[in-house]
Design a protein around this ligand. Structure first.
Ligand SMILES: Nc1ncnc2c1ncn2[C@@H]1O[C@H](COP(=O)(O)OP(=O)(O)OP(=O)(O)O)[C@@H](O)[C@H]1O
Length: 498
């Protein structure tokens, strides 16, 4: 294992789309191939082999490993066998994985094959993979059904060569629009911006700070961006913290949350410098699935995280995804519902829940993995004041009663700050201030940085202080604190001592 002396210069490059994009792309193309196979007319008895063209395209676009390519070939074979009208279609189980592996080899090692500076690999793999796959398939067909040699050599093999030639044209013709489409949807990178993916597995990476999460000189620049979204962030988050992160729109708050959950760098394409550690492990050395056991995240469009029909099905789905023992699911559902106070809604359809209840359900689903840390990105943007108050009371319970560490990104600070022990102000991707709530609010007010977000009651205390009034040491985070503080300053209803 290689030791890294200066973690701030360590870089990690990642392509857009995440570790499972090979599944997304190959599955979508498989659906298209199956439809085309069923509806495309034949010309002089010949049709392209859509399946081979499509998995070659998927392998070109996502560059899977050999194991993953084998998986793609097997899935296409299954669908091929199920939809085939041939008397003996089972040769697909050999021919498709072999051709997929061949395509994977070509993508990894034969990218040098060029014509006038342009790659001709899609055409080459379309041709070769079809001929090899077809030959294997027909050989099994011949052996199984005892086809005479004369038919095999004079009819079947020439037919395979013709279909190979057709696929040699079809594959590149489909490849370029597919590349454009997937790049437009953000599933893959545009070819010209594609970068090598880094591998940190050979490094020995240990945090130099203590904490459930620690970030060391972390910078992150999204693909196609010149300015970093995060710029040299160093911080530690400790067990039991209730941390609020605030800052102007576009300052990098969500990016910071993404770096905590591992979506940066695992999903988003870009360049990360420095390192984020979760539970003392570098996020570049563990998978998103493993990170989800430590950090649970609720997105601002939380409805997109709901997938089932009823409340209990939703939580059961999360639990099954975590691989929880089926005998323990019942108990875990009950536990998660108790934590978010939704027990009485257990059988209810999700469509019949209010916005606040759906939000609690998302939290219950996140809690199913039993993460120590819960991250909420602008959770109350769709809630009314009462819903917002209830929501933060719930987070307070999760923090105090169930010992979860809470991280909240918020613009509207009044409702959340009474529960927080720490407030971070982000400005242009950097930490402008990190301290207890009163210290950061004072910094914002005095330096006029995002001062519009400072709660009015705190701004009032600052204004009185500026006027020379001594308002005591306790920060006015809500009206009750302010009233008590004022009562102490003027106990007999007298005038404030200025
Ligand atoms: N997927 C992305 N690809 C490229 N750039 C992005 C992406 N997401 C965010 N950015 C850019 O990164 C910077 C930080 O964005 P981020 O969403 O983290 O800000 P934010 O503080 O959470 O903003 P808001 O309060 O509006 O949600 C912005 O300049 C934004 O345009």
């Amino acid at each position: 294992m290689e030791r890294i002396a200066d973690i701030s210069i360590l870089e990690f490059h990642h392509r857009q789309g995440g570790q499972y994009r090979w599944i997304t792309v190959s599955t979508l193309l498989l659906a298209i191939a199956t439809i085309l196979r069923l509806v495309s007319p034949s010309v002089a008895g010949f049709t392209p082999n859509w399946a081979i063209a499509m998995y070659c395209i998927a392998i070109h676009l996502t560059k899977p490993t050999y194991k993953q390519s084998f998986g793609i070939g097997m899935v296409y074979a299954f669908v091929g066998v199920l939809t085939s009208k041939a008397a003996f279609p089972y040769g697909d189980f050999i021919s498709e994985p072999v051709a997929a592996l061949l395509c994977c080899f070509a993508v990894k090692h034969l990218d040098i094959i060029k014509w006038k500076g342009h790659t001709v690999l899609p055409a080459f793999t379309g041709l070769i993979c079809t001929i090899i796959s077809g030959t294997i398939f027909l050989t099994t067909f011949k052996l199984a059904l005892n086809i005479p040699d004369s038919v095999f050599f004079n009819v079947m093999l020439p037919a395979v060569c013709i279909i190979g030639l057709i696929n040699g044209v079809t594959t590149p013709v489909l490849y370029y629009p597919a590349e454009k489409l997937f790049a437009m949807r953000g599933i893959i990178d545009v070819k010209s911006e594609e970068m090598e993916v880094s591998d940190h597995s050979r490094f020995k990476l240990n945090p130099s700070r203590e904490g459930l999460i620690s970030m060391e000189h972390l910078s992150y620049t999204y693909n196609k961006k010149s300015k970093p979204a995060l710029d040299n962030i160093s911080l530690s988050i400790h067990q039991g913290d209730f941390l609020v992160i605030t800052g102007e729109s576009g300052s990098g708050k969500s990016a910071l949350c993404m770096a905590m959950s591992g979506a940066i760098p695992h999903y988003f394409g870009g360049v990360m410098k420095g390192m984020a550690f979760v539970d003392n492990k570098a996020t570049t050395q563990i998978s998103i699935a493993e990170l989800a056991c430590h950090v649970g995240m609720m997105l601002d469009d939380y409805d997109s995280q709901l997938v089932a029909m009823t409340v209990e099905e939703e939580i059961a789905f999360s639990l099954q995804n975590q691989g929880i023992d089926p005998n323990k699911i019942e108990e875990a559902i009950e536990h998660a519902l108790t934590k978010v106070k939704l027990t009485e809604y257990r059988k209810r359809e999700i469509s019949k829940l209010s916005g606040g209840q759906r939000q609690r359900l998302v939290i219950a689903g996140v809690l199913a993995a039993n993460p120590d840390i819960l991250v909420f990105d602008q959770p109350t943007s769709a809630l009314d004041p009462e819903g917002t108050r209830d929501f933060y009371q719930l987070l307070h319970d999760l923090n105090v009663k169930y010992k979860h560490t809470i991280i909240v990104v918020e613009h509207t600070l009044e409702a959340v700050l009474p529960y927080a022990n720490r407030l971070i102000l982000i400005q242009k991707g950097r930490i402008a201030c990190d301290g207890d709530v009163a210290t950061t609010l004072r910094f914002m007010y005095e330096n006029n940085i995002y001062a519009t977000a400072v709660p009015q009651v705190f701004a009032c205390q600052m204004t009185l202080e500026k006027a020379g009034c001594n308002m005591g040491d306790i920060a006015w985070l809500d009206l009750d604190i302010a009233i008590n503080s004022l009562k102490q300053c003027c106990p007999n209803g007298g005038r404030v001592a200025c």
